[in-house]
Design a protein around this ligand. Sequence first.
Ligand code: IPT
Length: 953
Amino acid sequence: MSFRTTADHVEDVSPGRGALPPRAWYACSDARSLSLNGSWRFRLTPTADAEDDSFAEPGHDTGDWAEVTVPGHWVLQGHGSPVYTNHLYPFPVDPPHVPTENPTGDHVRHFDLPEDWPADQEATIRFDGVESCAKVWLNGTLLGDFKGSRLPHEFAVGHLLKPRGNVLAVRVHQWSAGSYLEDQDQWWLPGIFRDVTLLHRPPGAVGDFFVHASYDHVTGEGTLRVDSEVAGRVTVPELGLDLATGESATIPVEPWTAETPRLYDGVLATEGERVPLRIGFRTVVLADGLIKVNGQAVLFKGVNRHEWHPERGRALDPATMREDVLLMKRHNLNAVRTSHYPPHPAFLDLCDELGLWVIDECDLETHGFTEQGWRDNPVDDDRWTPALLDRAARMVERDKNHPSVVLWSLGNEAGTGRGLTAMAEWIRGRDPERLVHYEGDIDCRDTDVYSRMYAFHEEVERIGRGLDGGTHKRRRLPFILCEYAHAMGNGPGGLADYQELFERYDRLQGGFVWEWIDHGIRHPELGFAYGGDFGEELHDGNFVCDGLLFPDRTPSPGLVEYKKVIEPVRFRGDGADGTVTLVNRYDFADLSELSLEWAYQVDGESVGSGTLPVPPLAPGASADVKLPEPPADGRSGEACWTVRAVLAEDTAWAERGHEVAWVQLPVTERVKPAAVAGAAPVPDGRTIRLGPGVFDARTGALLRIGGVEVDAPRLDVWRAPTDNDDGAEWQTDIRYGLLWRKFGLHRMRHRLDAVETGADALTVRTRVAPAAWEFGLHTEYRWTADGDRLRLTVSVTPDGNWTVPLPRLGIRFALPAADAVSWFGGGPGEAYPDTGSASRLGRWQATVDALQTPYVRPQENGARADVRWVELGGLRIEGEPEFWFSARRWTTEQLDSARHLSDLTPGDRVWVNLDHGQHGIGSQSCGPGPLPRYFLRAEPAEFSFVFSQSTAP
Ligand code: IPT
């Protein structure tokens, strides 16, 4: 092997030289292996050729080098820093050239073989992932070079191994021709970020093998055949099978599905090696215009998963991978798209074991070429086709034995072209037993499924009804949203509306929320860092924090909402007539894993609970269940049933009692607050007293309620815009977050028109409006009182030409202190008009701090919905009608100007918002805004609050 210069390969479009052909990946066998993970010697240089190759020589002294941990990214270990761009290449676009400034990490690992390592035999070294380009030497001999960051590369090394003092040297370049193919929306993180393993290959060892395990849903039989490069035998003791490789057998089996992940343990034994197999029998086809598994159409309740850890980046440990799968299962997800590259293979083992449908996506994205109308796109340039085919082959060969993988995806956002077609053709030839996915192929020339991202509800409905037109081929294909519901910041809104469409139209086979986790990087000062926090000259800010999990894997309200929206048991019913209807919405499973629990609540407190029989329901079937007689404990109040489906026994993914689905059925209506009248306003010098209230006589501002001082309540329409309010910068649609600011809704002025004392009321008239504009809100505050309660009725009448909805409508005031909060209403988490499915009626407690939702970029958050009453800071506040409340230790203005959570510091007041309305959330940070029915329009409104001093401690 020879190169013109030491760095020639970096800008070479070829996939590399010297690696062995790709083959099936397995974690372990009875052949020896030696992990080369751990501490490696490390030297960072600024260009690809700053140093010659001599570091790879066995005698080279690396004594004064730094150390890094492998797997890992050097930029997260104190050498250089990460860079975040969405789709723009962070270097000049001149393929295949890359900048001269090309951070290059020389890695050296010294190792001895274990005493009992078999002498003089073949061995390989496997790299599971290196970003973006590597050149490898063992004991001074060049093994080769490779690109394809999230794909394995294996080199034969047996002839070079010594019992002691081996030196493995790896030169890694941050930028290479391969970078043009890896323009995914994520941090650029160079390094050896997945495992490095020395694998013994005894004579007669297993080579590549392909497990074909299909299921015939008509006969209930599975057919197994294992093709193997090296002949041997396949045994599956549980099925009594003992077959030659290449031979097939058909026998009754239990099928594998994501809901019932039945695996059979087997062994592939060749003369030199025994490899454990985990076999799942299932058949994936496109039939009747639908994706069917084992004869049944599936509905994907999916998520896009990037690999992410807030300290280790894309170097994930097994525990984190398991945590991801467990969190997915516990939140009712059944599918994952491995956006936008094949994950660590151990993740797929977990999907097989615990049950998730997988779209396995190739490591390919050339999104930056969109800026030049896709001209010179590598996927439509024959010179790059070998690299594309290499990537397709490395994915398929590595992952083909996973029953969880049901679709291969060619990549993401790479335009279209001959290279993609070549990949699709190669994949179909190699694995006709799975379907092919790619989103960018709008005519579906290369794909088996019509896939789109961020389509609006309306268009999705049209597609569901088959009224979207398109090529003849496309019209016959099923539809999925490979990305939707952009979970950036507060949101996504509109999930339930999408789910309703997916369930209504057969052609719609579900979707994959964008995305699983915020890619925030833990930072000593900022909490979690995002784009721009490392001084990048080009970056896309917090667009990298758009997941259903916060960076530390705490579920966000968006995930809690998604769990509710996709719950596999649907309930309908009428609390008053005491019947609840259950619908089994699984595609394959019955309800035998579940038990049903009921509780009867009066005013949010449980007065009785018990269990109900679970009807034996086949997938899709429904049945009525009679609720018991309501417990008679003599209490009157607002009554409702809560019925919950929980796990009857421990499962592999959650414990017994874990809640899967629930419903609340109201029995009686809410009891409205009693009338508050009778007391007369009493002038008292500069103040006016009314019941427990003390007001400023000149301004009508409330100063005190009994012993509790307040900063006077006033009308408030402003919320710190969410990422979804602001919308994405490329959008031509109306972006209300920006318009609200343009129209000055964040700087409304309050003009005092009158303070009037009547016989039994104090009335304050105002006009609330922003500078520069003629529109405003006439706002009247009418105060009445009895002995110890004070009622405020706010009447709002819009004035002028309102062309935007309001962010919120309610009042804001401040309390000198508040910590514990309790309320009767929706909870436990936040809810907005189009994100409220998971909010349930109850008595809830929290602290002011715990009410905050820690979105990585601070923004409106934490509102609790449907609140009947709340107690905090010595006050009790009842609403008529129900209201939203939030409380924080900073003002909305401070929240609005903060860039990181660390910018928010508690002041000496607690700011409370009581809202009559909130504008919807939507997912316009990369998709549609809220549906019109969730708009908060400027319209006449009236709402009341009753204040009293609370008896709570
Ligand atoms: C889409 C990308 O596929 C995904 O990687 C991510 O960037 C997402 O958007 C936004 O977070 S592409 C977009 C142009 C719709």
